[in-house]
Design a protein around this ligand. Sequence first.
Ligand code: ADP
Ligand code: MG
Length: 307
Amino acid sequence: MRDVNAPVVRARNLTKRYGPFLAVDHIDFDIRPGECFGLLGPNGAGKSTTIKMLHCFFPPSEGELSLFGLPAETHAREIKARMGVCGQEPSLDPDLSVLQNLVVFARYFNNTGREARRRAEQLLAFISLSHKKNAPIVSLSGGMKRRLQIARALLSDPQLVILDEPTTGLDPQSRHQVWDRISHLKMEGKTILLTTHYMDEAETLCDRLLIMDHGKILEEGTPPELIARHVGGWVIEIVHPTLEVRAWLSERGLAFEETSARAVLHPPDAEALFHALRQRFPGCSCSLRRATLEDVFLKLTGRELRE
Ligand SMILES: Nc1ncnc2c1ncn2[C@@H]1O[C@H](COP(=O)(O)OP(=O)(O)O)[C@@H](O)[C@H]1O
Ligand SMILES: [Mg+2]
């Protein structure tokens, strides 16, 4: 009998080289059925490359990869039939209308004629684009295009939905609408793999996360686990800390991250320390706030700019 808890994706030693360059470096992970799994990392971390191996766009250079219990090496066709992919790059056909973009694509799944149209219309309603069905692609906003691309990934009613940066560059309203649709897919029981560099998005949507950098896995866990493990519950930020403030912190053995304008601390007893700091330096501009996944991400991947 099929094990219903068997991972949807199983990767061991998964590796991809572009020539001599190691883009994905011997990583292991599982994606479980029904979870929303987040792949996070700065630009160039290897997220899209990982995803491309998962949807059998190219084979791994090394390692084992299976999806739905099937080895990717030998069962690419069956695997692709059970997943929907929304890539990072725009890929809609500008010569076709909104509806036609879906109907034409549906033919890849042997969905033709009336059935293809019915499914396309149903998905347009799902992404709130029914009113645009005859519009040309150029007339759509960025958010609408992205939603259409997501709808296209859902045409085959896939078990696994892969979304590579589905909300990058969208305005907040569009972003929230995409989140809402992703939550809906989760409720339907779909397994979702999502990449993003919005930490609030990962915190809101993902059950489990993998943080990657330079092709390697830095961390794995649920958002609350990662926050508790790396930054504790609270963060203190001090704007332009003076030499006296720095000395005071150093005397207490408190490590802090420094940017040009601020010192950021994740101390164990943050509340008491915050009050002590305020008392000792009444003029000091500092704040106490809840730790977030963004704090974890910056702590693990650093603050230098990428690409
Ligand atoms: N087709 C390619 N040929 C050569 N290098 C590539 C190719 N695609 C990606 N890379 C490089 O591999 C690294 C990982 O890229 P990518 O997987 O796209 O990262 P991410 O999606 O996390 O931003 C980057 O340094 C990128 O420049
Ligand atoms: Mg990418």
